[in-house]
Design a binder for this molecule. Structure first.
Ligand code: SF4
Length: 336
């Protein structure tokens, strides 16, 4: 299956009062239609900023490196260089929403409190699907039904604050999907929900994604959620992808010590009485990026004189899998 999105060598820098910081380094990934890529890592790993770069939602003090290439193939098969579209242009408006949709942890970031759910959905539907007002309203009700909102023909006239948290999250998914995106970016969309509603929303997103054949990038700090929703996974640490591959294989057989640490931190039903083992220490600030492997300050397997000096390059360990760690790069380590 050809990739609908290819991101190559993405590096993002910010000018700050403390100098230039680069929280995203040389990140490469792709998404195929009908598949979900999970981007996983602790907060501060660069997952959200990477996807904001796709949508040109970075603040004014940010810049992309000259080597960055982000290519999106739209519904008509036209290749578009993301990150370089003119601010405020018709093309950027068409891409945002109509081609690539985004849902967030906090639904109020997408909804305006001053308009009804229906009015906001109808605006997106009329803009991106070209429907007239009456048809747009019917379509909005259909989408609210699809995401499991009962009594949708009455709810459509309610304001966002009149819905419960779980229902608002579903309404935001309906709002985003009603524009008919081919690629959906979901940024921690279930983190603020309680466990039962979280499971329902994940099921719903997986079903909708399959029904509509969308590609999806699902951002989370939780590898347990990745196991439920993603086909492929890229594990990020301090702005770098440290491990990638099919989600099931990575979860069954993690090769990077950081991925192993994230998995050890997930509670399991068989070991409910065992203490959880969170990854020790904190993720360093991008202003104090360690030399060598960025994970060496927290890694129990770090090799002194190597890991703290030279950053490992990405190596393919088995077909479809890649990892950035000296434990898997013996040949390169000897040459370094
Ligand atoms: Fe740990 Fe070294 Fe591998 Fe980094 S390169 S994850 S410090 S063993």
């Amino acid at each position: 299956m050809p990739k609908m999105l290819t991101v190559e060598n993405l590096s993002i820098s910010f000018r700050t009062s403390e100098g230039v910081i680069t929280p995203v380094h040389d990140v490469t990934f792709g998404v195929e239609a009908g598949r979900t890529l999970g981007l996983v890592g602790e907060s501060g790993s660069g997952k959200s900023i990477s996807t904001k770069a796709l949508m040109q939602l970075l603040p004014g003090n940010a810049s992309l490196s000259g080597e960055t290439r982000m290519t999106y193939t739209d519904k008509a098969g036209k290749e578009i260089a993301l990150g370089r579209l003119k601010t405020g242009s018709k093309e950027l408006r068409r891409i945002r929403g109509g081609e690539i949709g985004m849902i967030f942890q906090e639904p109020m970031a997408s909804f305006s409190p001053d308009y009804t759910i229906g009015n906001q959905m109808m605006e997106a539907i009329m803009l991106h699907r070209g429907l007239k007002k009456r048809a747009a309203r019917e379509y909005a009700i259909e989408m609210l039904n699809k995401v499991g909102i009962s009594n949708a023909s009455a709810r459509v006239d309610q304001y966002p604050h009149e819905l419960s948290g779980g229902m608002r999250q579903r309404a935001m998914i309906a709002l985003t999907l009603s524009a008919g995106p081919a690629l959906l970016i979901a940024d921690e969309p279930t983190t603020a929900l309680d466990v039962t509603i979280q499971a329902q929303v994940l099921d719903l997103m997986r079903d909708l994604q399959r029904d509509l054949g969308m590609g999806m990038i699902f951002i989370t700090h939780d590898l347990g959620v990745i196991a439920q929703i993603a086909d492929d996974v890229a594990v990020m640490y301090l702005g770098t992808i440290v491990e990638r591959g099919p989600a099931r294989d990575v979860i069954r057989n993690p090769q990077h010590p950081y991925t192993q640490g994230l998995l050890d931190a997930i509670p399991s039903v068989e070991h409910l009485h065992d203490r959880l083992k969170p990854v020790p220490g904190d993720i360093p600030s991008p202003t104090a990026r360690p030399t060598g492997c960025p994970f060496h300050t927290r890694c129990a397997q770090a090799i002194a004189g190597t890991c703290d000096v030279t950053a490992p390059t990405e190596v393919s360990t088995i077909p479809g899998r890649a990892v950035r760690c000296w434990l898997h790069s013996d040949k390169d380590r000897n040459a370094a």
